[in-house]
Design a protein around this ligand. Structure first.
Ligand SMILES: Cc1cc2nc3c(=O)[nH]c(=O)nc-3n(C[C@H](O)[C@H](O)[C@H](O)COP(=O)(O)O)c2cc1C
Length: 288
């Protein structure tokens, strides 16, 4: 089966009519969430009326993420998709952080089904690393994004305008330079890069080169290409162009720096990304 067919099979809406307590399709929606380096660092524990989301620490990235905060943000992203899918399936959810498992417990109860715009956007949401057209976001859309982007102890700041974006790009450049000069970080990144379609299909995770604008290459050539292509100068040039051409940058910040708030920030980010995807679709419809 080719890459296109496989991704189409995964990234689509799934039937929500299943046997009582069969949560398989809710989990499918959860796993379509964003995750750092596409590590998908989650595990799901299923019980009647309850789903728990736990960290999979075998998928941690110690060089990129020594305190695991990316990993816990990713759990929050999965939780948002799961809750939106549960609501669409007619299951109301009560969600709480359980520090004994360092994860989330979601209690489910029968309710009337309701498909939100966020739910509809799940299979279409994706992270793009591209140059944008700089379209200004209107006040109404900013309000829609802000409505979903705040959480319990987590706030959202949307930065627009050249001066603010240049400030962000400067920070990103400093981060890129530090990371790319760190051989442990580069080796870890390499371990998560999938250099061609069959490599991406065989693992089902990681960063497929094509999503970062790189062509498919045989694995033996990839190290050589990375050594020449992955330099602070190249990455900073690309990121500067992408950031300055964007409509804005969203910054999520929490009142405490701990697992519970990292997860909450992930929930907020995923809702924001789904809302942005929904607005993009609306814009296309209005254009047509
Ligand atoms: C906590 C977190 C950190 C991330 N950091 C980056 C990043 O620094 N650069 C980047 O290009 N993408 C980043 N991503 C996006 C992931 O690479 C992306 O979600 C993953 O590859 C899955 O792809 P998708 O979101 O298009 O489904 C991050 C995602 C999360 C959840």
């Amino acid at each position: 089966m080719n890459y296109q067919k496989i991704t189409e099979k995964i990234w689509r809406h799934h039937s929500l009519e299943t046997a009582a307590h069969d949560y398989t399709n809710l989990i499918r929606y959860a796993t379509m969430a964003a995750s750092s380096h596409n590590t998908q660092p989650w595990k799901f524990r299923l019980e009647p009326g309850r789903i728990s989301i736990l960290p999979d620490l075998t998928r941690r990235c110690p060089a990129l993420d020594p305190d695991n905060h990316h990993l816990f943000v990713s759990l929050g992203c999965a939780a948002t998709n799961l809750v939106e899918a549960a609501t669409a399936a007619g299951l109301g959810s009560q969600i709480h952080y359980d520090k004994t498992i360092s994860g989330l417990v979601i209690d489910l109860k029968t309710a009337s089904p309701s498909r939100s715009v966020l739910f509809n956007a799940i299979p279409k949401r994706e992270c793009s690393r591209t140059t944008y057209d700089g379209t200004e976001i209107n006040t109404h859309d900013i309000q829609d994004l802000e409505k979903v982007g705040f959480g319990d102890g987590v706030s959202l700041m949307i930065l627009t305008g050249e001066e603010s974006l240049r400030g962000v790009a400067d920070y990103v450049a400093k981060g890129n330079t530090t990371q790319i000069n760190d051989s442990a970080w580069v080796n870890e990144l390499k371990a998560w890069i999938r250099f061609n379609a069959s490599h991406a299909i065989s693992t089902g995770d990681g960063l497929y080169g094509r999503v970062m604008g790189s062509p498919d290459v045989p694995k033996w050539l990839s190290n050589l290409i990375l050594r020449f292509a992955l330099t602070p100068e190249n990455q900073n040039r690309k990121d500067m162009k992408n950031i300055l051409s964007s409509s804005g940058v969203a910054v999520f910040y929490s009142e405490s720096d701990d697992k519970e708030h990292w997860i909450e920030a992930g929930k907020c980010y995923e809702r924001f990304a789904l809302q942005a995807e929904a607005l993009k679709h609306l814009l296309i419809l209005q254009w047509k």
